[in-house]
Design a protein around this ligand. Structure first.
Ligand code: DGL
Length: 276
């Protein structure tokens, strides 16, 4: 049974680190009245090369932490955690929780014309075949081609969003998807929207890029509306509207966050996530 939730309560958003800020940014754009408690697991990133058990254990701790802030809904803003842990988490908590994979899969299933969809993501997300599973539920005839692109995450974190090195790596990773003639490509990792122009240039204009961050924020909005939980009262920046917590390296997090979120990251606090 779901507990009685208040529309003025914040939304909990978490990721393995900074990548989920691309999802938080979309939530800020599409539901501007919502308060957000963001947690980035900067001490234990990356999740993309870890096991299901480890990612699920980490995700449970984060959910427990977010619940201490009495969040009304949780967004798993990490593809890897959505792939590995969401199903378990859904059974364990009594507030709504959504991930980024389902909304991305749905948008891709609707976008494809020739039935060939590419997914780029971490090794874990590709190995889980979760995008494929969801897309096939909607559109069983579609063929899905997964490609792990592990170097994209460090390139993005190094700030090489527009750089010849990133271009070169993108050409290597994406070449086989071009040869297969996919018409839709899912940016199945939180970091990839930040190199969207590079990916778009390499794939060419005939390929539709799907950004699960955007689709997730849309789904969140509908969910809040449906449950009568959309916050109608505009909160003000500076009134703890957006609060950021990390497990390590608050200063580095703040610098990165300020480069993608233009609302000003007022503070980022380090917490000991192992306590939860
Ligand atoms: N946030 C992760 C994802 O979307 C990428 C970074 C990591 O490997 O932890 O899959």
């Amino acid at each position: 049974m779901e507990q009685k939730l208040s529309a003025s309560a914040p939304i909990g958003v978490f990721d393995s680190g900074v990548g989920g800020l691309t999802v938080a940014r979309e939530i800020m754009r599409q539901t501007p009245n919502e308060k957000i408690i963001y947690f980035g697991d900067t001490a234990r990133v990356p999740y993309g090369s870890k096991s299901k058990e480890t990612v699920t254990r980490f995700s449970r701790q984060i959910v427990r932490f977010l619940q201490t802030h009495e969040v009304k809904t949780i967004v798993v803003a990490c593809n890897t955690a959505s792939a590995y842990a969401l199903e378990d988490l859904e059974k364990e908590i009594d507030i709504p929780i959504i991930g980024v994979v389902k909304p991305g899969a749905k948008a891709a299933a609707q976008a494809t014309r020739n039935g060939k969809i590419g997914v780029i993501a971490t090794e874990a997300t590709i190995g889980s075949r979760i995008y494929s599973e969801y897309i096939k539920k909607i559109h069983p005839e579609v063929t899905i081609y997964g490609k792990a692109c592990p170097l994209f995450v460090p390139l993005v974190e190094e700030g090489l969003w527009e750089d010849p090195v990133t271009d070169e790596i993108a050409k290597r990773y994406l070449g086989e998807l071009i040869d297969i003639d996919i018409d839709t490509l899912i940016l199945g990792c939180t970091h990839y929207p930040l190199i969207r122009s590079t990916v778009a240039r390499v794939m060419g204009e005939k390929v539709t890029l799907v950004n699960p961050a955007y689709e997730t924020a849309r789904e969140l909005r509908s969910l809040l509306e449906e449950k009568g939980l959309l916050n109608e009262a505009p909160g003000k920046l500076g009134e703890n509207k957006y609060q950021f917590f990390v497990s390590d390296g608050a200063e580095k997090f703040k610098t990165f966050a300020n480069s993608i979120i233009k609302y000003g990251i007022l503070s980022a606090k380090v917490i000991d996530i192992e306590q939860y």
